[in-house]
Design a protein around this ligand. Sequence first.
Ligand code: ATP
Length: 241
Amino acid sequence: MTRSERIGLFGGTFDPIHNGHLRAARLVQRRFGLDRVFFIPAAIPPHKARPDMAPARDRLRMTALALAGRDSWTASPVELRAGGPSYSIRTIETMRRRFPRARLFFIVGADAFLEIRTWREWERVLRRCAFIVMTRPGSRLGAAASVLGPAWKNALRRVAPGERLPDGAFEPPAVFFLPIDARPVSSTEIRARARQGLSLAGLVPRAVADHIRTKRLYRERSALRRGLSPAHAARRFEKYR
Ligand code: ATP
């Protein structure tokens, strides 16, 4: 019997996408034998909206630039098309409809998973899609594993080095904790460097650095130029929290 297609859903603000994301996706893809990975920039991230966020179309464009030349990776506009706050449950249902027979894996860093219980319909999210929680420097996998409580104990699994992962193990609810050799890179650091006009070499792919420079993203005044004063923008995003 042929095995089902395995699809990774890697959601994020990607403001901007960086080499830490790319490395993590590569390691997860290899370990779980994912046939494809969709990188999905959030339209309005419910937990991370900031007044100086780069416009969604730039975040999607940078994601596409970073993935250029990799056939199994796609920059997906699914959350941007849906508009409004980007709730993962909606994205998972959309991808489930698109790929009814595939195994879906939601990929998150340990820091993001710590907040899972604040996600909209989080229990349904976990029942609809397997999760891969990966190391993020600064956040312990063990702490992430303890956020769900005893009711979910049987769904949690720490992936040991070299361990075989049979297809049947992927039936949700299934939350895999995967130690990876992650890089201590964050979008926050990159925005700060861009603001100061510092080099982004080695932190983001060159095409992404070029896009940030030519569009003058993350410069102090770029949010103001778009007519988004920090105070206005903060008020606008407030309702999505
Ligand atoms: P910010 O610094 O603005 O908070 P970020 O670097 O965390 O941004 P996001 O787009 O919010 O980037 O991250 C998307 C997903 O990728 C999250 O699940 C996050 O945990 C994970 N992630 C981000 N950076 C890394 C990294 N260096 N290694 C492993 N996972 C990462």
